[in-house]
Design a protein around this ligand. Structure first.
Ligand SMILES: [Zn+2]
Ligand SMILES: [Zn+2]
Length: 103
C-alpha cells in the first residue's frame, strides 16, 4: 500500500473499491479491481452495439450517437471494431519491437 495515495483517498473522503477512487488517484488492489470490472462491463456494453458489416463486427457509433474514428487501435480494443482499418491499426500497434530493444 502506497501511503501517499492512501492519505489522498482518505483526505478526499473516498471509499476503496470504487472507480471514482481509482480516477482520484488510488491504485490499491480494491480500486484497481473496481476499475477492471467497470472496464469489462463497459466494453461488453460497447461491443453489444456493434453491427455486422461484410461478415465482421463493426462499431459505427458511440453511446452518444457520434461516429467512431476508424483505423485506430483504441476503436479496435475498446469498441471491438473489426473493420479493415481498425485491424490494420491494431496490427501496426503490435508490430514486433526492433531487436536491439530486446535483452
Ligand atoms: Zn483504493
Ligand atoms: Zn473500425
Amino acid at each position: 500500500m502506497n501511503t501517499y495515495t492512501n492519505t489522498m483517498v482518505k483526505a478526499a473522503g473516498l471509499t476503496h473499491g470504487k472507480v471514482s477512487s481509482y480516477t482520484s488517484g488510488c491504485r490499491c488492489t480494491e480500486c484497481r479491481e473496481a476499475l477492471r470490472r467497470y472496464t469489462a462491463d463497459l466494453r461488453a456494453r460497447r461491443r453489444a452495439r456493434r453491427v455486422i458489416v461484410k461478415g465482421r463486427p463493426f462499431a459505427a457509433v458511440d453511446q452518444n450517437g457520434n461516429y467512431l474514428q476508424h483505423g485506430t487501435p483504441s476503436t479496435y480494443q475498446n469498441w471491438g471494431c473489426r473493420c479493415f482499418s481498425c485491424r490494420v491499426a491494431k496490427a501496426a500497434d503490435h508490430a514486433p519491437l526492433p531487436e536491439r530493444t530486446l535483452k
